[in-house]
Each structure stands twice: as C-alpha cells, then as structure tokens.
Write a protein that binds this ligand. Structure first.
Ligand SMILES: Cc1ncc(COP(=O)(O)O)c(C=O)c1O
Length: 381
C-alpha cells in the first residue's frame, strides 16, 4: 500500500454535510452521506492547491483533453468505444437524474424505478409530476437482483422510462451481463428509454464482479440509454461537481441538453481539472483505496452478521452497507443516542433497514461498530 487511509482527518466545522449538517454532539460518529473521510489523491490535491494559488475563480470551459480522456477510459475499462460528441457535462448527477425524468413530464407514459434506491431517483420522478412506480429488488442467494417478470409486466402497462442504478445503491449489486442483457432486451422490446446511473462503477469490492455499462451491450440499447458516470465517488470529489452523461442517440441528447438550458450552473475549473487528474494520475491511489475498503467491508460484514436481529448481504460494490434491522425497530434512534448516525431505510422506501457508510479510517469504523454492538446488545438486555 502506497497510500495511508488510516489517517484521521477532522471534518467537523468544515461545513461538511456528513459531519456538520445534523448538529450532532461532538461525540457522534456520522456514517450517512456517501462521501469518504479520506483526503483525495495527492495529484488532485496538488492541482487544486495550484488553482487556489493562482487565485482567480472566473468561469471555466471544458478542458480540451477531458473528452478524449473519458473516451479512452471507457474504451480501456469497458471496451466501449464512444464518440466524444455523445458526452454531456453536468454539474452533478442528481440534476442529471431530474433533467432526464423531466423529459417524460408531458408524456402519457410513466416512469419506473427500483426500490430501494438512492432517494433522488424518487424525487426526480416526483419533480417530473409523475406517479412513483417501483419494482422491488429481489434477494436471491444472498444478492439483490431485479424482478424481471415484474419489470416486464410494468413495461407492458405503459412505461416510457426506466431508471436503473448500477452498481446498485443501496443494495450493493453489480448487475451481471446476463441480467443486463435481459433488461436491455425488455427495454428495446417495449420501447422503454433507460437511465443508467453508474456513479459507483469503479468502487468494486467483489473480485468476481465486472462492471458493464449497459449501453455498451449492443447498438439498440445504446440508442435507448442515457448513461451517467462521474469520478466523484471513487476519487472523493463529490463536493466539486463534475459529472457526464453519455447519450449516443442524437435526438435524445438534444432533448436532454435543451431541457437543461438555463437550469444548471457552470462547472468550475476546480471540478473539471480534478476530474481530469482523477482519470489520468490516480490509478495507484484507487487500487489502494479499494484494498482498504475491502478490509472495512469485511469488518462490517462480520460484525453486522454476528449481531442478533441484524443481517446484511456482502456488497459487490460501493462503500454503503445495507443492513436489515427489521427485528430491531428502535435501532436508528438508539444508535443516535449512543453516538452513531446512520441513514434510515425509510428514506430509501425500505423501512427497518439502515445504511452504513464505511469509507472512513479503520479506527473510526471500529469505534462505530463497537457502538453498534453495544446498542444492539443493550436493546436485547
Ligand atoms: C447512485 C447515486 N447517484 C448520484 C449520486 C449523487 O450524485 P451528485 O453528487 O453528482 O449529484 C449519489 C450519491 O450518493 C448516488 O449514490
């Protein structure tokens, strides 16, 4: 390991959403909000320092080399050859989700998504003025997957747009080629446009999991899909805001771009250049990060599954454990009293579950897990 992820970096009173928003007592360890308590890779840090030293924060344009870098990255990692003209740069993925859903606002057709899922998916559908229609994740042999029969039934009832998250947040699944082919075939058969949020695609924990951008499977699904990716989660630059959509279909891309007009702020120089450096100079950092996260994941998995009334499935990707605490109904509140803040499952439409972000130094995680254990055991006493 070249990089040290054990270093504790104080984030309180840095206007951090994770550490400061909830106004918790100083003792509380926060493990909600999907960012990491690690400093960025040194090349990103250096680039941002040099921009700060320059001291001018005017409007920025897309760095000329960034589209080429993204195209090479997609080719190298996923064997997906794209045209740089298919890229649409966005200041964040959540605005992209809402923008895409808004394309269906005046359509007679509905929008379907998965439950549980990252809550802005639900909001995007609500902002588009559509009823929320969901298909539940199925737990099959210790892994969450899609209910294809249910999806097909829904598609048959006037669905125009399906919103997928792959790797799945919060289920942790990396969908296989077989699953993706099946979903792609359904989308094509029922003429359903697909949104594939692939923000977690580089955070693979399971050595057997391979991320496949669904749009890369064949030309038909490619023409029907809006793929979204970003270096923000993997390289811990989410607060900067540089994301891209890949929309090969020119008509769909034009609609998407038009819908966004006047709605999005410009992307900053810091965000663009951090993305550029992330994709070109941070491979070793990422390798070490994944090694560290795998260690944290093993600790969480073992502890959670050793506690009475709790269980979780191993994650294939992400640093977000999805803990079934349905047998411990007051656990969220009790954990807060004992100084551990997690995310509540109800927020993801799965009450009784808790989401635990383990992207933190091991000492912090160990203390958090110890508070989890004490609270669970006290509840039973
Ligand atoms: C699946 C998913 N999509 C999007 C986002 C947020 O993207 P952004 O910060 O670029 O809006 C997150 C953050 O946790 C996420 O988990």
């Amino acid at each position: 390991m070249t990089y040290n992820f054990d270093e504790y970096i104080e984030r309180r009173q840095t206007n951090s959403m994770k550490w400061d928003m909830f106004r918790d007592p100083a003792y509380t360890i926060p493990m909600p909000v999907a960012d990491m308590d690690f400093r960025v890779a040194p090349p990103i840090h250096q680039r941002l320092l040099s921009i700060a030293q320059h001291g001018v924060y005017g409007y920025a344009v897309l760095p000329q080399e960034l589209p080429t870098v993204v195209c090479s990255m997609l080719l190298e990692k996923y064997n997906w050859a794209i045209d740089p003209d298919w890229l649409v740069w966005m200041p964040g993925m959540v605005v992209g989700l809402s923008n895409a859903a808004a394309l269906w606002a005046n359509s007679e057709k509905g929008i379907l998504t998965v439950a549980p899922i990252y809550p802005p998916f639900y909001k995007a559908i609500a902002y588009a003025g559509k009823n929320l229609q969901t298909t539940a994740l199925l737990l099959v042999n210790g892994r969450y997957t899609l209910n294809f029969e249910e999806i097909e039934r829904s598609f048959g009832k006037n669905i125009g747009f399906f919103m997928l998250c792959n790797p799945q947040n919060p289920g942790g699944t990396v969908f296989t080629k077989i699953e993706l082919n099946r979903l792609a075939a359904l989308c094509v058969q029922y003429n359903v446009t697909l949104l594939s949020d692939e923000i977690h695609c580089e955070l693979l924990l399971d050595p057997k999991a391979i991320h496949i951008p669904i749009a890369s499977l064949n030309n038909e699904i490619m023409q029907n899909t809006i793929t979204m990716m970003s270096p923000s989660k993997t390289y811990n630059i989410a607060g900067l805001g540089c994301t891209f959509a890949i929309i090969p279909n020119a008509t769909l891309r034009a609609q998407f771009v038009k819908k966004a007009e006047g709605n999005w702020p410009m992307i900053s120089r810091m965000a663009f250049e951090a993305a550029l450096v992330a994709y070109t100079q941070c491979d070793q950092w990422k390798t070490d990060l994944l090694h560290y996260l795998k260690g944290n994941h093993a600790l969480v998995l073992e502890k959670v599954n050793s506690l009475p009334g709790l269980n979780m499935q191993p994650l294939q990707a992400t640093y977000l454990a999805w803990v079934n605490a349905q047998l411990q109904p007051q656990l969220y509140e009790n954990l807060l009293e004992n100084g551990l803040r997690l995310n509540q499952g109800a927020y993801y439409l799965q009450p009784g579950f808790l989401r635990l972000n383990f992207a933190c130094p091991r000492a912090t995680l160990t203390e958090g897990l110890s508070r989890l254990e004490t609270t669970v055991l006290n509840n039973l006493a």
